[in-house]
Design a protein around this ligand. Structure first.
Ligand SMILES: [Zn+2]
Length: 161
């Protein structure tokens, strides 16, 4: 198990376009495993490679549902629909939470760790997490989409609902 060091804001790597992955080898598998260990260690529901200082289009999402851990390599959003507004946070912004509006449903195409292309449809919280991580791969941070910041007491109230 290898927990990598988290990059927190501000850092240039968090605000730049990441490079597509072209080699699907053992090293990539190890990186994905390390990203998983790092996400679990810091109690996140997703992690993007730039958050561990790697400028490649790799992200993982795990919202603890039947989808398990979703590995998104060179992901593209094919379609979105609807709208949802809810609280969001980011491992690169410890203790910061805000209301973000995003599409309710998303359809994505990505490579898995073996380089095979797959498509996935997600909605609600999973769709939110996927869109948040894909934004990271293009240097877009959730703070650019926050309509209202939430303090931690308010967040606890929201979580009770
Ligand atoms: Zn984030």
């Amino acid at each position: 198990m290898t927990v990598r060091k988290l990059v927190t804001h501000p850092a240039d790597i968090l605000e730049q376009e990441c490079k597509p992955v072209t080699v699907f080898d053992k090293k990539l598998g190890k990186l994905l495993d390390d990203m998983y260990d790092t996400m679990i260690e810091f109690d996140g529901v997703g992690l993007a490679a730039p958050q561990i200082n790697i400028d490649q289009q790799i992200a993982i999402v795990d919202v603890d549902d039947q989808h398990g851990t979703i590995e998104l390599i060179n992901p593209e959003i094919l379609e979105t629909s609807g709208e949802q507004t809810g609280p969001e946070g980011c491992l690169s912004f410890p203790g910061l939470f805000g209301e973000v509006t995003r599409p309710f449903k998303v359809k994505v195409r990505a490579h898995n760790r073996k380089g095979k292309i797959y498509e996935l449809e997600a909605e609600d919280f999973l769709a939110r997490a996927i869109q948040h991580e894909i934004d990271h791969l293009h240097g877009i941070l959730f703070t650019s989409k926050v309509s209202k910041y939430i303090d931690e007491n308010e967040l606890e109230e929201l979580n009770k609902e």
